[in-house]
Ligand binder design. Structure first.
Ligand SMILES: *Cc1c(COP(=O)(O)O)cnc(C)c1O
Length: 432
């Protein structure tokens, strides 16, 4: 199998997915990466310990900050995304928190798409206020509206490559132009696409985040997140990003942006954000997710093929009002999908029921095979009615903007036989 999108030491994507960051264990020759289930690591001597604490040498100190199982996963994801370094975290939300903690001071702002995962809308719009960080939301398709929100306190733009839940494909390159003009980084949540379907760095992303809980882990068994430093942003070009460009009191006045160049963001997020806020991933979850990544290309091909077949079947169904899947030619995002996700538009999409809210509740209550739950990116097919679950905290208006109106049903199409998935949906729809 050949794949040209990501190259690293001349290795192709599928090879990196299996081998990236890993080698037989130096202590035992174990072929699989061991789960280093330890809190701490013995120092060689006082000088080596001092070098580690001073950031003069990289090494293992304490699993809140770094752990060898976690490091394998981080190197693998960084390589798959074409970045310089990555930092794995306890969850996708923890990765988002550490990104903003590294970029923002109290009183700062960032611009976010209003087509986001419901939990991100809550985190940005509600909880971040307590840190004195303001999220300003704009329609991701309205590039002028995004540009119009930039001011001297704006420190980032945050979008999803494929937006959850509405099947929206973001014009990453157009938004990266706005970010470049403003002198701020573009942060892309690439959870629903994965680096197999979309490579945000090629279109101007500076930082990439994932909920590894979803397709990267891929089996619905572990929560995890990751941030990737693309190495593209010059933190020393202005004094906007004090964590990176000002002397750091925590490390004897070291200027992290100077000392660590293209990896400075990921290092700052680790040695300040992760160190002080604490949302580290467990070695066990890092192991499970790194194992899941080995089959990412195989799974994403099966997911996207099945999603297209299911979307086409739903589009023909008399009880379905509309299907919003960028892989369909009827989608207004079809041409953006061909540009940003040429191998497939992902496996998460929404459709509308002619019967509205009540039909949505009835379908999820009666359906077989598909699991009714709040997750995406499992091998198993999943179904949810966002208006009664994930998006119920939002106002009616915010729900409609986020693509989670009353009639909307969201699917995460798994890797079962596509005929069986279609049969289950057809049987469920017949009961409405
Ligand atoms: C699930 C999800 C998140 C949050 O990740 P957790 O691992 O649940 O914290 C963020 N963004 C997107 C697009 C998601 O699907």
């Amino acid at each position: 199998m050949s794949d040209d999108m990501t190259e690293n030491n001349n290795q192709k994507f599928s090879t990196i997915a299996v081998h990236g960051g890993a080698a037989p264990d130096p202590g035992t020759n174990a072929r699989a990466t061991p789960i280093y289930q330890t809190t701490s690591f013995v120092f060689d001597d006082v000088d080596q310990a001092a070098a580690l604490f001073n950031l003069e040498a990289f090494g293992n100190i304490y699993t809140r900050i770094v752990n060898p199982t976690q490091s394998v996963l981080e190197e693998r994801i960084a390589a798959l995304e074409g970045g310089t370094a990555a930092l794995a975290t306890a969850s996708g939300h923890a990765a988002q928190l550490l990104v903003m903690h590294t970029l923002m001071e109290c009183g700062d702002e960032f611009i976010a798409a209003n087509q986001l995962y419901g939990g991100s809308l809550n985190q940005f719009g509600q909880s971040f206020k307590k840190f004195g960080w303001t999220a300003r939301f704009a329609n991701v398709q309205d590039i002028d509206a995004i540009a119009g929100l930039v001011n001297e306190r704006t420190k980032a733009i945050f979008v999803e490559s494929i937006a959850n839940p509405g099947g929206v494909i973001t014009d990453i390159e157009a938004i990266s132009q706005v970010a470049k003009k403003a002198g701020i980084p573009l942060v892309v949540d690439n959870t629903l696409a994965t680096p197999y379907l979309c490579q945000p760095r090629q279109f101007g992303a500076d930082i990439i985040v994932h909920s590894m809980t979803k397709f990267l882990g891929g089996h619905g068994n572990s929560i995890g997140g990751v941030l990737v430093d693309c190495g593209t942003f010059d933190w020393m070009a202005s004094d906007k990003f004090k964590t990176l460009s000002a002397p750091c009191e925590s490390y004897h006045g070291m200027v992290l942006g100077e000392a660590f160049g293209p990896m400075a963001f990921a290092i700052a997020a680790r040695v300040l954000g992760l160190r002080d806020l604490g949302p580290c991933i467990s070695p066990f979850n890092a192991f499970l997710i790194a194992s899941g990544v080995e089959t990412l290309p195989l799974r994403m091909r099966a997911h996207t093929e099945n999603a297209l077949a299911v979307a086409k079947a739903l589009e023909q169904h008399e009880k379905v009002a509309w299907v919003s899947y960028a892989g369909l030619e009827s989608s207004p995002y079809h041409s953006l999908a061909q540009r940003y996700c040429p191998k497939g538009a992902g496996a998460v999409f929404t459709f509308g029921l002619k019967g509205g809210y009540d039909a949505g509740v009835k379908l999820v209550n009666n359906i077989q095979l598909l699991s009714h739950l709040a997750n995406v990116g499992d091998t198993k097919s999943l179904i949810i009615h966002p208006a009664s679950t994930t998006h119920r905290q939002l106002s009616d208006e915010a729900r409609a903007i986020a693509g989670a109106g009353d009639d909307v049903v969201r699917l995460s199409v798994g890797i079962e036989d596509s005929g069986d998935i279609i049969d289950a949906l057809t049987a469920g729809l017949a009961q409405l």
